[in-house]
Design a protein around this ligand. Structure first.
Ligand SMILES: *Cc1c(COP(=O)(O)O)cnc(C)c1O
Length: 467
């Protein structure tokens, strides 16, 4: 018998066939030739026993199977790597899913500057070179009471800049209870070292008093004091820490800057979101911090940014640090941040206009009725979905241990929850849910307004594909 591989059509004949015309028109001849050759090679390799041969339903003499494989590969390659997904986890600031989705105004402002020239570093009044660091400053100082503000790439960058500016080649005092890992391998001691400062540990893991700082400050061992908000974990029981007020008094006496790494960037009263109290920049500054560092894309609900707030002279030193250039913020980010900050000018509406705040303050009953409507739509399409009370989270390393009571739907597929979860992730519009007790749960709190119908479609398709 002849070698079955000789029955495989030639690449040229496959690409030249009438049936290939639309694929060639869409992707270009060169790419189609390349993809068809890969398909032919895979089938040939399979016939030689190295796997990946024709599928049982494929007739290897039929040019269409190679064209199909090539089309699928080319379409797959067209799917962007970074794309929109539906967050049905109930975790509002999901770091893996890009943290804060932005307000409409922010998106519009970003689009406005993205494809055009801007006055990023140009002073329109004088017609000479300006500074990118003027944008957002007055909004930030108005909202927080800071004397000055500086925006860099993210809060981690802001912290490196602060430590490098005030502590390079010198010691920085940090409580042993605050030598934390913020997430993603970002550890305070390592950051400090990389910023060129020397860590001077004070106190113990559970208890640090102001007296512990006094010792190292009076011994002239440190050039600055860093206080780190334990945003992503809690210590309870026999604990004590020095307050910002106490540290500020100590620092002022010795002319040292007090840097407070706060993290979350909450600009409104946590009570308005139904959340427990969380220190805000305004509180820290009032209590005497010289520099406060917060994230733009956590509870501020803005773009990824590191917002530095504080005393004029200190912020000016940070702005002049050459490292600032390496951490600088992009125009599109600034536009989104500025537009978001403007929404805070209307405190009555901001919890509705900034999506992060809107999701956090969503009405429990409204969430329940959305979950019921979702379950009904799914049942209507033949999928059994149970309405369940769920427990989400604020996320983004904020509010550890705080559960966001919410509502969602739970489904059980015969192929199992893992298979359904995978099918949901692999859809044209990926949906990320959570597996709880062998069921797949979709929490409606983090499903953005207007996504409910798309979500039903995604579930239907995934349900079929899961088998
Ligand atoms: C999240 C967080 C950071 C890091 O913020 P990014 O903007 O993600 O770099 C730093 N410090 C604290 C206390 C945080 O919670």
């Amino acid at each position: 018998m002849s070698d079955p591989r000789s029955l495989i059509p030639s690449v040229d004949s496959i690409v030249a066939a009438e049936a290939a015309a639309d694929v060639v028109a869409r992707f270009g001849r060169a790419r189609v030739v390349h993809a068809v050759r890969a398909a032919v090679d895979a089938v040939r390799a399979g016939l030689s026993g190295s796997g990946g041969g024709p599928e049982p339903h494929e007739d290897m003499t039929d040019p269409a199977i190679y064209l199909d494989r090539a089309r699928r590969a080319l379409e797959h390659a067209e799917v962007p790597s970074l794309r929109h997904v539906i967050n049905a986890t109930g975790v509002v600031l999901h770091t893996n899913l890009g943290r804060a989705p932005l307000a409409e105004d922010a998106v519009r402002a970003m689009r406005d500057v993205a494809g055009r020239y801007t006055n990023l570093e140009f002073d329109l009044d004088s017609g000479v070179r300006g500074s990118r660091y003027v944008h957002c400053v007055s909004l930030l100082t108005d909202l927080t009471g800071a004397e000055d503000a500086l925006v860099v790439n993210n809060a981690a960058a802001a912290l490196v800049l602060a430590l490098n500016t005030f502590g390079q080649g010198r010691g920085v005092a940090v409580s042993r209870g605050e030598l934390v890992e913020i997430g993603g391998g970002f550890r305070i001691p390592e950051m400090l070292e990389r910023a060129g400062a020397r860590l001077v540990e004070v106190g113990s893991t559970n208890r640090t008093r102001v007296g512990d700082y006094v010792e190292v400050v009076e011994a002239g061992e440190v050039a600055a004091v860093l206080k780190v908000h334990r945003s992503n974990f809690r210590i309870t029981g026999f604990t004590e820490e020095a307050s910002v007020g106490e540290l500020s008094a100590l620092c002022r006496t010795h002319g040292l800057p007090l840097v407070h790494d706060l993290g979350s960037g909450l600009l409104i009263d946590a009570g308005a979101l139904g959340l427990p109290e969380e220190p805000r920049a305004v509180d820290s500054l009032r209590a005497g911090s010289d520099i406060v560092v917060v994230s733009g894309d956590k509870l501020m609900g803005a773009t990824q940014a590191g917002v530095i707030l504080g005393r004029g002279a200190h912020v000016a030193r940070m702005r002049k640090n050459p490292l600032c250039r390496a951490l600088r913020v992009d125009k599109v980010t600034l536009a989104g941040l500025e537009a978001t900050l403007r929404l805070y000018g209307d405190p009555a509406r901001v919890v509705r206009t900034v999506p992060t705040l809107a999701m956090l303050s969503a009405d429990k009953e409204a969430l329940e009725s959305r979950a019921r409507a979702l379950a009904e739509a799914l049942e209507h399409a033949g999928i059994r979905a149970e309405v369940v009370a769920t427990a989400g989270a604020v996320g983004g390393g904020t509010y550890p241990g705080v559960e966001l009571a919410s509502w969602g739907v739970e489904m059980r597929h015969s192929a199992g929850a893992d298979a359904l979860a995978a099918a949901l992730r692999q859809g044209d519009l990926p949906v990320i849910g959570r597996i709880v007790d062998d069921g797949l749960r979709l929490d409606v709190r983090t499903v953005l307004p207007g996504q409910d119908e798309a979500l039903v479609q995604c579930v239907l398709e995934a349900w079929r594909r899961a088998g």
